[in-house]
Design a binder for this molecule. Sequence first.
Ligand SMILES: Cc1cc2nc3c(=O)[nH]c(=O)nc-3n(C[C@H](O)[C@H](O)[C@H](O)COP(=O)(O)OP(=O)(O)OC[C@H]3O[C@@H](n4cnc5c(N)ncnc54)[C@H](O)[C@@H]3O)c2cc1C
Length: 408
Amino acid sequence: MDDLSPTVPRRANVAVIGGGNGGLSIAGRLCRRGVADIVVIEPQEEHCYKPLLSHVAGGTARASQTVRPQAAVTPKGVTWLQDAVAHIDAERNRLELGSGELLEYAHLVVAPGIRQDWDAVPGLAAAMLSPSGASNYLLDLAAKASPMLRDVRSGTVVFIQPPGPASCAGAAQKPMYQACAYWRRKGVLSGIRVVLLVPDATIFGIPEIDAELERKVAEYGIEVHTGARVQEIDADQRTVVFTTDSAAAGARAHSVTYDVLMAEPPQSAPPFIEASGLSSPDAEGFVDVDPRTLRHRRHANVWAVGDAAATTNSKSGGALRKQTKVLADNLVAVLGGGEPGAHYDGYGVCPFTVSRSSAVFAEFDDQRRLAPSIPFWRTSYRESRLAWIIDRHIFPHIYWHLILQGRA
Ligand SMILES: Cc1cc2nc3c(=O)[nH]c(=O)nc-3n(C[C@H](O)[C@H](O)[C@H](O)COP(=O)(O)OP(=O)(O)OC[C@H]3O[C@@H](n4cnc5c(N)ncnc54)[C@H](O)[C@@H]3O)c2cc1C
């Protein structure tokens, strides 16, 4: 006989959906501010520091350096519930979990990140399973990419950056520059055709950063197609079919045959957000928050940060450093009976590794204007060794020890 007894809901003062970069960071910040009874719902056993995946693919970090047990990185004083949220019932302040349990909350922070849509382009998923396809967007594919890129001595290598919302969109380019530097050192670069497909009219979209990246593109002899949209990939024939803005209506699509394919997947909001009624037509499936206060526009006890929030910034971990501080200030104010007074300014960052020892530290606001944040370093967008050291060696320490604990 079926068990008909109702599931007894658990309760949390603050429930956080997702124990990734944003979820743990906000949980840590709130805990340090004295907020009690915080529950983070996260299904994965291991936590991944994603910026290092580009270094894994590019051959300058080991896969093992990117992951730590979720239990070890969850801030002390915060409860980790190993489960996935299936539905948010914002009218009744409760979550329906994959396990069938219910969790009631007083406040909710939504931070489940962005979905990778490997099936959005015909043939992309099959290409990733083939011996010639890899990516820096998933740990196993990044580990696969490293020896693949290292062993290229001739032929064609294609790098794809898709259109649409993306987590650190420019990250598709990072292993490309690292591989080119490696091939140049080995004396084989001139025999390799390197093709980059980017979705926008320029390589990044901010003049100073475009200039820096275009200088590296010219230096390595990379063939760039702007306004590119991949139509399909044939994993057996190893071809990518794509159109560009310059191919006017009626013009034929381009086709390129590859020896190695490196692809960033198309990305979109996790579907349960819209299905739970927390999005809006303008928010494209992401959580419909006020992009300044990070509070939901219709549910005053619902908040969101990170890749899942419909904010105006470029989605990145760097943006989260500012977002989580603002959200913590506002939520603590509301818990104390006040109003949210802190405002997020739309800051974002994308550190481009442009060789195996230098990087371009692209910091910008939601108007795509430069927004350098490090005191006395206005030219961080220029290629430098210092930017590399920060990206490869300093940020991982800050991430594991300070950011995830809500200290930075
Ligand atoms: C390859 C790559 C390189 C990058 N490089 C950089 C960089 O150099 N600099 C930079 O600033 N940013 C970079 N980023 C972006 C940065 O990693 C993200 O912006 C950041 O991780 C977003 O944090 P988040 O908490 O929103 O999502 P995530 O960190 O992705 O965490 C989301 C968590 O939610 C969990 N989750 C999902 N669904 C559910 C559910 N239904 N219920 C419960 N939990 C759920 C997931 O398991 C995950 O742990 C990069 C990203 C990638 C992919």
